[in-house]
Design a protein around this ligand. Structure first.
Ligand code: ADP
Length: 537
C-alpha cells in the first residue's frame, strides 16, 4: 500500500522559500577585513531569486552549469541558493587549486557561466583563455578590476544583472533527484574527482547537520563557518543555517586567525567550524594575547583532517565543546561526529570517544572491509577500509565509468581504521598514505599524534620512505614551535615509551612549514616527492 502523504519534492526551491518566508529576519553578515555588510535572509533569498530569473531572461536554460570562483561572501551565498533553486547547476571552483586542475574541473563539469568576485578576477582571467566553453562572465563585488578586453565572452556586472531579474521565490518544483551542485575532491590523492549533489541529498544532509548529534543548529545560533564555500560545499553548513534560521557570519576572503578572532569578538558567533589548522592558529593567537576565551563560541565543529587531543583539550579548558567530524566530498559533508555518549562516565572513556572521528550520523551506514573486499566485524578492533553508504553519499563519480571505488552499493572511502558496535569510526590512516614496515602497518595518524604531544612540536607529517630491508620505514617532517629546539635523537628517545619501538621514525626532517593542499590539508604526496627528490633531507 502506498502512503497517503503528499509527494512534495525536497530541495533548493523549498529551502529558498523557507529562508524567505519563515527565517526572513535572520541575517547574513559578510565581514571582510575592511568591509561589513548585513542582509536579512529575506533580502538574500530575493536577490538569489533575481539571479536565477536574470539567467532565465538571458536564455540560459535549466541545467546550465554555473561555476563560481569566489570567497565566502553574500553574493556567493546568493549563487548557492539562486542557481540551483532556479534549476541551474552550481559548480564551486576551489580558488586555491593549481591552474591545470582548475582548467580540468571547469571543462570536465562543462561550466558555461562563471561568477567571479573582485579579489579573484585577475587570477581567473589568466585561466579564462583555457576555457573555450565559457559564454558569460559575471563579475561580483564593488572593487572588481576591469576585465581584459581580449576575453571573448559576454561580461556583465553582478549588480547590473540582478536589476534585470525579478525576486522570484516561487520556482516550480524540481525533481529532487536532479543535480543541484557539483563539487570536486581537493585532489589530495590524485586528479580531482567530481560529485553531483542532488536537491534531495543537499536537503537531507542539511537536516542532518542541524541535529544535536551533529553540529546542532537553531534560530538561537550564530554560525561562523571558517570553511571556504568551495570546500565540500562549505561542508553544507550554509544550507543548514538557512534551514535553521541561524545567523550566518561569512568571513569574506580571509580565513586567517587574526580575522577570525576579530569576527568572534565583533559578531559573537555561538558555533564555529573549520579544519584543525585554522583552529590551531586561532588557539596560538588567543594564547599569545593572554586570553582564555573565545567570546560566545560554545561549539566548534572541527574536521577535514585529524583533530589532535591536545587541540580539543585546549578548547575544552576554555569551556568550548570541540567536536571532531569526519566526512568527504563524496559524502556531501559531515558523516560522523565525535559526540561523547552519556554512558562514557570515566575520563578515559570520554577521551576515547572524543578522539574518534565520530559516530556515524543517522541515515548513513558504515562498515569495515579488508582491501580485498571481505566484510569484517564492526567490533572496534578489526582494521580495514571504511565503507559508507546512504542517501547523501555519491554512487559514482561524475563522467567516470570506473566503479573500483565502490563495492555492492558502498563507497570505499580509502580511509583505514575501525568501526565499533556503537557506530564510532576510528580512522588510523589513508590507505594511500599507509606506512608498511616489514609487512606490518604503522598507523601514521597515531604516530603523528604521539609526536605532536612533544612540547616543542607544532606540527608533524609522517610518510613512508623506501627502505632496502623493511620495504618502507616512517619518516617524520617536523615543524618546531617558535623559540623551541629539539633534535632527532631527542624526539626518538622521547617516543620510546610512547609507541612501539619499530614505529620510531628512521628519518627526521625539520622544516619551517608543511606543504598543504588546496583545502589546507597536509600534502603527503608532495612530501614524499620532496624526499625522493632530495629537497628534504
Ligand atoms: P581530498 O580527498 O582531496 O582530501 P576531501 O576533503 O573530500 O578531499 O577529503 C576527505 C578525506 O579527509 C577523508 O577521506 C579523510 O581521509 C580525511 N578526513 C576528513 N575528516 C577527517 C578527520 N576528522 N580525521 C581524519 N581524517 C579526516
Amino acid at each position: 500500500m502506498l502512503s497517503t502523504m503528499q509527494d512534495r519534492q525536497l530541495g533548493l526551491p523549498l529551502l529558498l522559500r523557507h529562508a524567505h518566508r519563515v527565517n526572513g529576519k535572520s541575517t547574513v553578515i559578510s565581514h571582510g577585513r575592511s568591509t561589513r555588510h548585513v542582509a536579512t535572509f529575506a533580502m538574500v533569498a530575493e536577490r538569489a531569486g533575481r539571479l536565477g530569473s536574470a539567467l532565465e531572461h538571458l536564455g540560459y536554460p535549466r541545467g546550465t552549469v554555473v561555476g563560481t570562483f569566489a570567497g565566502s561572501t553574500q553574493e556567493h551565498l546568493e549563487a548557492y541558493l539562486g542557481i540551483p533553486a532556479s534549476g541551474r547547476i552550481l559548480h564551486t571552483l576551489n580558488v586555491r587549486l593549481h591552474d591545470d586542475h582548475l582548467e580540468y574541473i571547469a571543462r570536465h563539469a562543462s561550466d558555461e557561466i562563471f561568477i567571479v568576485d573582485g579579489p579573484n578576477l585577475e587570477r581567473f582571467c589568466s585561466i579564462a583563455p583555457r576555457l573555450p566553453g565559457m559564454r558569460l562572465l559575471i563579475v561580483a563585488g564593488k572593487d572588481a578590476p576591469d576585465v581584459p578586453p581580449e576575453l571573448s565572452c559576454d561580461v556583465v556586472l553582478y549588480e547590473e544583472l540582478l536589476l534585470n531579474g525579478t525576486p522570484e521565490i516561487d520556482w516550480p518544483e524540481i525533481d529532487e533527484r536532479e543535480a543541484a551542485i557539483i563539487c570536486y575532491t581537493g585532489g589530495t590523492t590524485g586528479l580531482p574527482k567530481g560529485v553531483a549533489y542532488s536537491h534531495r541529498s543537499l536537503w537531507l544532509q542539511a537536516m542532518s547537520l542541524c541535529t544535536a548529534n551533529a553540529v546542532g543548529m537553531s534560530c538561537e545560533s550564530r554560525l561562523l563557518p571558517a570553511v571556504p564555500l568551495y570546500h565540500v560545499n562549505g561542508w553544507g553548513l550554509p544550507f543548514a543555517a538557512l534551514m535553521a534560521g541561524a545567523d550566518l557570519i561569512m568571513p569574506d576572503h580571509s580565513m586567517r586567525a587574526e580575522h577570525l578572532l576579530a569576527l568572534i569578538d565583533e559578531e559573537p558567533p555561538t558555533i564555529a567550524a573549520g579544519v584543525p589548522t585554522i583552529w590551531s592558529d586561532v588557539l596560538d593567537l588567543v594564547r599569545s594575547r593572554g586570553r582564555a576565551d573565545l567570546g560566545a563560541v560554545r561549539t566548534i565543529c572541527c574536521g577535514g583532517a585529524q583533530v589532535s587531543q591536545s587541540l580539543s583539550d585546549a578548547y575544552r579548558s576554555m569551556g568550548i565543546r570541540m567536536v571532531q567530524a569526519w566526512g568527504m566530498t563524496e559524502t556531501s559533508s559531515v558523516s560522523a561526529v565525535a559526540t561523547v555518549p552519556r554512558w562514557a562516565q570515566s575520563e578515559e572513556d570520554r577521551l576515547h570517544y572524543q578522539a574518534s572521528q565520530g559516530r556515524v550520523v543517522c541515515g548513513l551506514e558504515v562498515r569495515v572491509a579488508s582491501l580485498e573486499g571481505e566484510v569484517l566485524p564492526s567490533d572496534g578492533t578489526s582494521v580495514g577500509e571504511i565503507h559508507i553508504r546512504g542517501p547523501w553519499v555519491t554512487g559514482r563519480y561524475l563522467g567516470a565509468d570506473d566503479q573500483s571505488e565502490f563495492q555492492d552499493g558502498w563507497l570505499r572511502t580509502g580511509d583505514v581504521g575501525t568501526v565499533d558496535g556503537d557506530g564510532y569510526v576510528f580512522v588510523a590512516d589513508r590507505a594511500k598514505d599507509a606506512v608498511k614496515s616489514g609487512g606490518e602497518w604503522i598507523p601514521s595518524l597515531a604516530l603523528e599524534e604521539a609526536i605532536r604531544n612533544h612540547p616543542a612540536v607544532q606540527d608533524v607529517a609522517v610518510v613512508a620512505i623506501p627502505d632496502p630491508r623493511w620495504q618502507e620505514r616512517p619518516g617524520a617532517v617536523v615543524v618546531l614551535r617558535p623559540g623551541h629546539v629539539s633534535t632527532s635523537a631527542e624526539l626518538s628517545e622521547w617516543l620510546r615509551d610512547k609507541v612501539a619501538r619499530w614505529w620510531i621514525p628512521s628519518l627526521w626532517i625539520f622544516s619551517d612549514s608543511l606543504p598543504r593542499t588546496a583545502v589546507g590539508k597536509i600534502d603527503k604526496r608532495l612530501i614524499r616527492q620532496l624526499i625522493r627528490d632530495g629537497v628534504y633531507s
